[in-house]
Design a protein around this ligand. Sequence first.
Ligand SMILES: Nc1ncnc2c1ncn2[C@@H]1O[C@H](COP(=O)(O)OP(=O)(O)O)[C@@H](O)[C@H]1O
Ligand SMILES: [Mg+2]
Length: 483
Amino acid sequence: MDSIDQRVDQLTVDQKEATALLDSVNSQLGTLSSTVDSAKDVAQNPVGTELRSKLSDVETQLAEAEQKYTPAHPAVIALRQQRAALLAQIAAQPSAVVSQTTVAPNPLYQSLQSQASTYRARIQGDAGELRALQAQRRAYRPTLSSLPQQTIAFAAVQEDAKRAANVYDALQQKYSDALVAKSTAISDIIVVSPASADAAVRSPNLRTNLAIAVVVGVLLGLAVVYVLDLIDRRTTDRDFTALLGLPVIARIPVLTTTNPRMLPWVQSLTLEAFLHLCVTLKLRNKRPLKSLAILSARRGEGKSTVAYNLAKSLAALQPGILLVDADLRQPTLHEKAGCGNDVGLNDVLRGDAPLEEAVQHIAPGLDMLPSRGNEDNPVALLQVEFEALLEKARGNYGMVIVDAPALAAVSDALLIASEVDGSLIVVSADRGTERDTQRAIAQMGMIGVENILGVVVNRDASAAADHYGYFAKTNAALTAGPA
Ligand SMILES: Nc1ncnc2c1ncn2[C@@H]1O[C@H](COP(=O)(O)OP(=O)(O)O)[C@@H](O)[C@H]1O
Ligand SMILES: [Mg+2]
């Protein structure tokens, strides 16, 4: 069908071309004459000849008359006049006339005509072929339109044939089995007790099957959950370790206040992680960790939550902890601790209040130095006095935990990080702040702060699955409220 269409297109083009050529030839033919005068036969003018013979007669008579008569004789005068008249007539006659014209056909006209007929023949030929092709196309159309049905029918027939072949094979197999059975059959079987339908099990045992289904379903479900959890956990850890080039030392689940049973997780997790951290640090550095900053690239990643819970957990183990809210712009720690912030870090740094008076006792073994916030120039204040404050706090307490502002926003946090013995970077797993965290870590490296101990992944979905079993029964509240 495609080739027919193609040919039809070719012919249509050819026909158009021939028609155009024919038109041009026809217009040329219209301007030409069909014949040309090829030759002319020229003969003596017979009238002239006759006049000349008359003239010679008259001249002969005149000569005779002149010999006989005087020039004034009337006969001589008459003859002279006759001769003059004849001469005049002869002069008026053409000496020769065209006796015959041969007309020949115009060769250019003929060639154009032959071209025209060639074109006409071409047009007719094309038209003929076009008609034939169109007829062919009409003849093919029903066949073509029935092709899909034919293909389907053919496939169905093939399928039937295959099925029949399978049935045949199966029957063949059965037949050969029967032959074997027949040849090996024990012929002398005696029926002792005929089979009875009553003794047979009438239906499958629904209860047993249900029980099996439930057990298998539960086991399968647990297996899937376990595998998914393994994969998820590995991805999270590996991702942050690879992304930030730091060890992930704690993973904190999303805490929901509506489910208090989940709250102790953060305590156990951070405490466990922190103890692990302390041991690691001790083994590695042989240097006591007396001050620790909690950092993050952005606000809301969980610095204050981690700092508060970490301080509380640690105080329970090893009293003598000071928690410092070093966010001099928008502090929140006093809200978590449920205490006031009328006097705070701002006043101590300025020298307006001594450290001992500014701190508040918020839990056994745990004091807190809140922040008043709205500080105009925290960098200047921290730069000058923070080191001295830390020095003093280290003397009074076993450990100082500093809740810092976000690294990406201001340079306060960089200053704080540069003064403490170690820092932790909190990354919220659901905020997409990995790049910011990378940048913040790089920035710390650039100014020579090399004390990052590791990463705390906050709001980590995979951490929940891990610890649910261990801490589900504990009811001690630990979240963002006072204990
Ligand atoms: N793991 C968590 N699960 C649920 N809520 C959290 C979690 N960590 C932090 N939050 C909440 O997110 C908000 C911001 O946390 P916060 O610790 O104040 O962040 P940052 O100090 O880094 O700005 C607070 O309301 C806090 O209660
Ligand atoms: Mg905070």
